[in-house]
Design a protein around this ligand. Structure first.
Ligand code: NAI
Length: 312
């Protein structure tokens, strides 16, 4: 059994939805869990906050015989990020893994979304992931072990007409994950990201059709229970996971890695003018003719050098 005995795991936004599912699963497997949740509105940055979100999940874990502590700090400030990690150190004396899951949501037509909307989302998704990872980093580095699980979204990796602000933030989280995967691996800190699809407060507040057609979740709601994603959070946060740089899409009971590939395309030994590009547009876009999946940004040089028969 993949276990967390003796390990402390911080889960942000764990007062409901996916974060709660990760918290229950990791606690069930022996982990000491910091259940962080600010307890605010789905939009974030406005209205009352409540400690009841985190408290309820801690009560569930304690009732089941697990170990957990509640934390109500915001992920959106460096001070909040530090307080969340300090909570793990104060209560459990250590920190082994972080699931950066806290999130807020604003959507709509691009012309109706404001710069304030963008900043509210960047602060929680990108800033929040940055703040908890940054605060945990020196501890993980010192012990030569850590797992950081980020939360991206198909809005950030694939796109949706109504998610310009949210997608920009979730795309930022993907970039943060890829870069910390590089920085962390030499120190035993492995970073991956979850690309979930689940029914939660956030998604249930979206009316049918507001983000386009989504026939699966209506027809087969059982596959969109956060419990379907709980095992993935536990796996990526555990020592059993030995890979990094991955984005894992859970949708309708299917789990698969999403990746960035670059088509072999068209290559030549002279600058490509616009006409040559137009003439080769089909080949440039044809992934069926072959593509590479660079492991990081320097790996793309290796792939192209190999394709072009150049020694590097
Ligand atoms: P949720 O709304 O149930 O959970 C998010 C939690 O984060 C809430 O309990 C909220 O109080 C907390 N939170 C918000 N701002 C915070 C802050 N500044 N500090 C601390 N906690 C804060 O929604 P869900 O769906 O469980 O979302 C979890 C993560 O998954 C989010 O990052 C979301 O963007 C992402 N996601 C969810 C998808 C889905 O289909 N449910 C799809 C793609 C991504």
């Amino acid at each position: 059994m993949i276990g967390f005995t003796g390990q402390a795991v911080v889960i942000t936004g764990a007062g409901g939805g996916l974060g709660r599912a990760y918290a229950l699963e990791i606690a069930r497997r022996g982990g000491m869990v910091v259940v962080n949740d600010l307890g605010g509105s789905t939009r974030g940055g406005e209205g009352e906050t409540s400690s009841s979100f985190a408290d309820k999940v801690v009560a569930e874990i304690l009732a089941a015989g697990g170990q957990a502590v509640a934390n109500y700090d915001t992920v959106a400030t460096p001070e909040g990020g530090r307080a969340i990690i300090e909570c793990a150190l104060d209560h459990f004396g250590r920190i082994d893994a972080v699931i950066a899951n806290a999130g807020n949501m604003r959507f709509g037509d691009f012309e109706d979304l404001t710069f304030d909307d963008l900043n509210a989302l960047l602060a929680v998704h990108v800033g929040g992931s940055w703040n908890v990872a940054h605060a945990a980093w020196p501890h993980l580095k010192r012990q030569g072990y850590g797992r950081i699980v980020f939360t991206t979204s198909s809005g950030g990796t694939l796109g949706n007409a109504s998610l310009a602000a949210y997608g920009a933030a979730k795309g930022g989280v993907m970039g943060l994950m890829h870069n910390l995967a590089e920085a962390g691996a030499p120190h035993g800190i492995l970073c991956n990201a979850i690309m979930p699809n689940a029914m939660s407060r956030m998604t249930m507040e979206i009316k049918p059709g507001e983000l386009g057609e989504n026939p699966w979740s209506a027809a087969m709601p059982q596959y969109f229970d956060p419990a379907y994603t709980a095992g993935l959070g536990a796996y990526l946060a555990s020592s059993a996971c030995t890979t990094h740089h991955g984005i894992y899409s859970m949708l309708g009971g299917r789990l698969g890695r999403a990746f960035i590939g670059v088509c072999h395309g068209h290559a030549q030994d002279a600058p490509m003018d616009a006409e040559t590009i137009a003439a080769n547009w089909v080949a440039i876009n044809d992934h069926a003719a072959g593509y590479g999946v660079p492991a990081n940004n320097t790996d793309e040089f290796r792939i192209v050098a190999e394709l072009r028969g150049v020694e590097v």
